[in-house]
Design a protein around this ligand. Structure first.
Ligand SMILES: Cc1cc2nc3c(=O)[nH]c(=O)nc-3n(C[C@H](O)[C@H](O)[C@H](O)COP(=O)(O)O)c2cc1C
Length: 362
């Protein structure tokens, strides 16, 4: 079965033990100062022990001003190093590769968590989720690039294998990419290559500051109507991003079966066709069963990402390898989730996800 076969990453020659990825999941278990809790380390180490090839952390902010919610993991200071080191050692001991998903919330980092007005590529009006946003000065953009690079170096010092740059879901990197949220007239705005310069500068800065073996993945959403990211732009962005010496591209589909109306093709297929063959593609969204896995490989993915299946089943890759083709689906009891190494705050958070916990949102 393809998912169980090792994958050699072309740029580094490093081999992943299989093609399953635990996608980034916010789990609200970090301390107020962004320090990892033992519960958060345990939740991820348990998935490494469960057989995943790559373990991605929750989205973790690179400056205090980029924090988007409570209990969020941070990588903006050396006081995070002990927790990150324990995490890196625990994941490596179980044979998985570790990636920290680094990000800044931009307009989605509310004053409630940062104590300051949200910032973005441009001034933006208030919406139902946040107050009006202040445009970053060009010097502040430089500083943020540096913060991303320093965060990645910190992850490397802790022994993590790499980072995933969170360019999906409407946070700061995607706010630079989108035409609705980036109306700048300086070098950080304009055509697609200029709107992508923020992401490019981060990738190049990390590459220059870390060892050649350090992995860089980039996660993108194919379409984000609110920020002005279109599929045509994403398809043009994919080969550009690939040319910056990255190791993995991750397309966040939410539902891998959805087809783009204009072409009648899935986002996985569109991304695979736009991406050079020497850059492996991770695709995530709605995968649960062996036939879902077969489908997404058939669409051209090289690695299969799961989020919710990995919450319900710490050993999801092992179950599939062992012939359980349709692992039990939600809703899960709180007791089941506790046995799967979810702490009470994480279970409480999952009660908000429709139909996931038996006594949660129906
Ligand atoms: C509890 C939870 C937290 C999530 N947090 C993040 C996150 O921090 N970063 C991110 O890129 N995506 C996040 N996602 C999205 C997942 O990575 C994934 O793309 C999405 O859930 C679809 O995959 P699934 O159908 O396998 O759950 C989260 C999803 C869930 C369920």
């Amino acid at each position: 079965m393809l998912m169980q076969s090792p994958l050699r990453l072309p740029r580094t020659g490093r081999t992943l033990r299989n093609r399953s990825v635990l996608a980034a999941m916010t789990n609200k278990q970090s301390a107020e100062d962004g320090t990892l809790s033992p519960a958060e380390i345990q939740w991820l180490a348990h998935r490494a022990a469960g057989g995943f090839g790559i373990i991605t952390t929750a989205a973790t902010h690179v400056t205090p001003g980029g924090k988007s919610w409570c209990g969020e993991m941070g990588v903006w200071s050396d006081h995070h190093l002990p927790g990150l080191t324990t995490l890196a050692n625990a994941i490596r001991a179980e044979g998985a590769v570790s990636l920290a998903q680094i990000f800044h919330g931009g307009r989605r980092a509310p004053r409630e968590w940062t104590g300051q007005q949200p910032v973005s590529a441009s001034d933006l009006p208030a919406d139902d989720r946040t107050e009006a946003t202040r445009m970053l000065s060009s010097l502040e953009v430089d500083d943020l690039v540096t913060a991303f690079v320093e965060a990645a170096v910190r992850c490397e010092r802790a022994g993590l294998d790499g980072v995933e740059l969170h360019g999906a879901h409407g946070y700061l990197i995607s706010q630079f990419l989108g035409t609705k949220t980036n109306r700048r007239t300086d070098r950080w705005g304009g055509d697609l290559a200029s709107r992508a310069r923020f992401l490019q500068s981060i990738v190049e800065g990390i590459r220059a500051a870390t060892a050649p073996s350090f992995l860089i993945a980039v996660r993108l959403s194919p379409v984000l109507p609110d920020v002005g990211v279109t599929l045509a732009d994403s398809e043009a962005l994919v080969p550009l991003v690939a040319s910056w010496d990255i190791d993995l591209l991750h397309v966040s589909c939410w539902d891998v079966t959805v087809q783009d109306e204009d072409h009648g093709q899935t986002f996985t297929r569109r991304f695979r066709d736009a991406l050079p063959t020497d850059v492996p593609l991770i695709s995530t969204g709605g995968i649960w069963t062996q036939s879902d896995v077969d489908f997404v490989f058939d669409q051209g993915a090289d690695l299969v990402g799961v989020a919710r299946a990995g919450i319900g089943h710490a050993d999801w890759p092992r179950q599939l390898a062992g012939g359980i083709t349709d692992p039990k689906r939600p809703p899960f009891t709180p007791e089941h989730l506790a046995r799967a190494a979810l702490s009470p705050p994480f279970i409480e958070y999952m009660r908000r996800w429709k139909g996931f916990v038996t006594d949660g949102r129906a």
